[in-house]
Design a protein around this ligand. Structure first.
Ligand code: ADP
Ligand code: MG
Length: 704
């Protein structure tokens, strides 16, 4: 990384510093708005003063004044995420008109916490306090404190390699060890050497603190004393056959039998959580007035912000004085493990699973799999029960299993992910020697090799591993390399307008709604959008129909289309369009009446996804090209036939290997558009190969 050419700035100069609040307690005028503080400000301030970090404000500022880097660890809920960045702002630690950045691995946390901090500072979200997540920027010229995902800060580093906009960078939730956080560590370490005025705080739950300290050489360690109440742990006697059923049973039991206190149940994903919410609500409803009222609240990342806020609402009151108490029951993904603190939880139910990324470089498949959590995770989960009073944690597995089946720590994501996106970013950052990059835990050589290979096939890197002009262009888009390649290549196929729409649709949550009680109607509605050549074109149909119907939410509702997904797709499309315009990528379409309209779009898909194609064997099964994995069409596909070659957007590993979001493509296009990948000198013996041989022969004879 030392090879990089860059501007060295030892002194960060700029306009005068942001206003400093001398003593929050006495101030009555908000220095940011010039208006008196609201009553709510003072109410929240009282609560803030009781947070464990509040006692350490002076010590913290003292250390920060004399050191460049600080590692801070503290129990979840001690006030790290909400308070520390405010201390930094108030303490005037940023010189010049520089911002404070606070990174979060999760978008939800960035959104929710920035909202809270805006309330705490009595300012409007998006002005003095803001957030930035992929495809959404809620910050502006007045912003002094910005929460952003670790991935976004990494992206900003691509245009601002010395992070010169920032005076202090806080890397939060460091223990999560996401790929982006790990790469930021390496970058930050280097930038800190070159910018003595930059300061960094690395914050983490009580895990691996010494490791961070060792990595950031000489960084002092500050521990926020925990204020955790004891949590009694219960295990099951026998392994549970069905953790979902056991979870629901346990929630209902707690509601019937246990004294007041809210419940937090950890499940693995949106669908499971929504399903569990309904079941719990129904079972508790069936018990009638003999039990208190229950407010069941889901929490997962794709939930709209207003719905996420519900986790902070109070539990319902007792139906009558002295009657059975009301209870808040939160059913959440791992988000509630350390990212978001919910007060008032007394009972935690931990089935022992979470969705985790796994990557198999041999067959180049990355997937989210429901897998057992680590003991460190189990410990964090249990801790959620002891925030406000002694609590109980019900582990839905045996003690023996906890001791012998669960691994000690979760492996860093770097060791179990497809790294092609991150390698492209590193190359763009000028880091050519990936092997000697200062990774806290270096990725497996095979994984790095796979990433380099993919980028080379996509034309982003040349044979020496240097970024090409196509690669430069691709790295401008906040998209996976295949999608970026498809977009960059689309003008050649005269369909960049359409590819923009498809890319936008693929970048937002699924737009098709399928409520349990109306599945048949939803499927019929979906079928009306279906395109005979595949799901990508179906998405295009939906997007076009949405626009033709004036983006009407009533229309969406009638057609089982998720309005929110469509709105985000539209906004994503606008942003991608602006990037295209900035880089002179022409926005073109084929004449809609031409027979080539859809063919051109499918060819552009092929230009990005030629490595994700399966061939139909004579046995009737699909095998992925080159890797020869047997795969099945996902039941959600609208394809009503089995094309000889099928291009897929995703490989989903569940009980079977599924491929999802499919399009019919032609063998001729594969040998035309990606001859370097469909190169017979480097192609295993198989049925697909024999078909390709014939196609090449035909091509030589002058077919085009
Ligand atoms: P840590 O980062 O140490 O886990 P946080 O700073 O996230 O702690 O949380 C500190 C306190 O702020 C907690 O008591 C939490 O419940 C409260 N809090 C955070 N966000 C909100 C919110 N949106 N509404 C109400 N309380 C919140
Ligand atoms: Mg936090």
């Amino acid at each position: 990384m030392g090879e990089r050419k860059r501007k060295l700035s030892l002194f960060d100069e700029g306009p005068p510093p942001a206003p400093v609040v001398a003593s929050t307690a006495q101030a009555t005028i908000n220095p940011y708005t010039g208006r008196p503080f609201s009553q709510r400000y003072f109410d929240i301030l009282e609560k803030r003063k009781h947070l464990p970090v509040w006692q350490q404000k002076k010590d913290f500022l003292g250390i920060m004044n004399t050191h460049q880097t600080l590692v801070l660890v503290g129990e979840t809920g001690s006030g790290k995420t909400t308070q520390i960045p405010q201390f930094v702002v108030e303490g005037g630690l940023c010189q010049g008109r520089k911002l404070v950045a606070c990174t979060q691995p999760r978008r939800v946390a960035a959104m929710s916490v920035s909202k809270r901090v805006a309330d705490e500072m009595d300012v409007t979200l998006g002005e003095e306090v803001g957030y930035t997540i992929r495809f959404e920027d809620q910050s502006g010229p007045k912003t002094v404190l910005k929460y952003l995902t670790d991935g976004m800060l990494l992206r900003e580093a691509m245009t601002d390699p010395l992070l010169e906009r920032y005076g202090v960078v806080v890397i939060d939730e460091a223990h999560e060890r996401t790929v982006a956080t790990d790469v930021l560590f390496g970058l930050l370490k280097e930038v800190l050497k070159n910018r003595p005025s930059l300061k960094a705080v690395v914050m983490s739950a009580t895990l691996e603190a010494e490791k961070f300290q060792g990595y950031f050489i000489d960084a002092p360690l500050m521990k926020v004393p925990g204020r955790l109440h004891p949590v009694e742990i219960f295990y099951t006697q026998e392994p549970e056959r069905d953790y979902l059923e056991a979870s629901i049973r346990t929630v209902v039991q707690i509601h019937i039998c246990e004294p007041p206190g809210d419940v937090l149940l950890f499940l693995t994903g949106e669908e499971e959580i929504e399903d569990a919410c309904k079941k719990v609500q129904r079972e508790i409803g069936n018990l009638g007035e003999q039990v208190g009222e229950a407010k069941v609240v889901p929490l997962y990342s794709t939930l709209p912000p207003s719905a996420q806020q519900r986790i902070f609402e109070a539990a319902p009151p007792a139906r009558e004085s002295g009657g059975p108490v009301g209870r808040k029951i939160i059913i959440s993904t791992n988000i509630a493990e350390t990212s978001l603190t919910i007060d008032g939880i007394v009972y935690v139910i931990d089935p022992g699973f979470a969705k985790q990324k796994v990557y198999n470089p041999r067959i180049r498949v990355e997937s989210l799999l429901v897998s057992p959590i680590s003991r460190a995770s189990a410990h964090q989960r249990a801790g959620r029960a002891g925030r406000t009073q002694p609590g109980k944690c019900f582990r839905l597995y045996t003690e023996a299993s906890f001791k012998k089946d669960l691994q000690e720590q979760t492996y860093p994501e770097m060791l179990r992910s497809n790294l092609s996106t991150v390698v492209l970013q590193l190359k763009k950052l000028g880091i050519d020697d990936l092997v000697h990059f200062d990774f806290m835990d270096p990725p497996a050589p095979e994984t790095l090799m796979r990433a380099l290979e993919l980028l080379n096939y996509l034309g982003a890197l040349d044979d020496e591993g240097n970024l090409t002009s196509v690669g430069q262009l691709m790295s401008e888009f906040p998209l996976d390399p295949q999608l970026a390649k498809m977009l960059v290549a689309s003008p050649q196929f005269k369909c960049s307008n359409e590819i923009l729409s498809i890319t936008a649709m693929l970048s937002v949550p699924n737009c098709f709604m399928r409520p349990r009680e109306a599945q048949k109607m939803a499927d019929e509605a979906k079928a009306r959008f279906a395109h005979i050549d595949g799901d990508h074109l179906t998405y295009l149909n939906v997007y076009h129909a949405y626009k033709q119907n004036s983006e009407d939410s009533q229309w969406c509702w009638e057609h089982f289309i998720n309005t929110r997904a469509m709105k985000s797709a539209d906004s994503v499309r606008n942003q991608l369009t602006r990037i295209c315009q900035r880089h002179n990528i022409s926005l073109v379409s084929t004449d809609f009446n031409s027979k080539d309209y859809y063919v051109n779009i499918r060819k552009a898909l092929t230009a990005g996804f030629f490595m994700q194609v399966a061939h139909l064997e004579r046995t009737g099964h699909y095998l992925t090209v080159k890797d020869n994995q047997m795969v099945y069409q996902h039941p959600s596909t609208g394809l009503d036939h089995k094309p000889e070659w099928v291009l897929y957007n995703e490989f989903v590993l569940t009980s079977k290997n599924y491929i999802r979001i499919l399009s019919d493509v032609k063998g001729e296009w594969l040998v035309d558009i990606a001859p370097h990948y469909y190169d017979l000198s480097n192609f295993p013996q198989c049925e697909a190969r024999r078909v390709l041989e014939r196609l090449y022969m035909k091509k030589e004879r002058g077919f085009s």
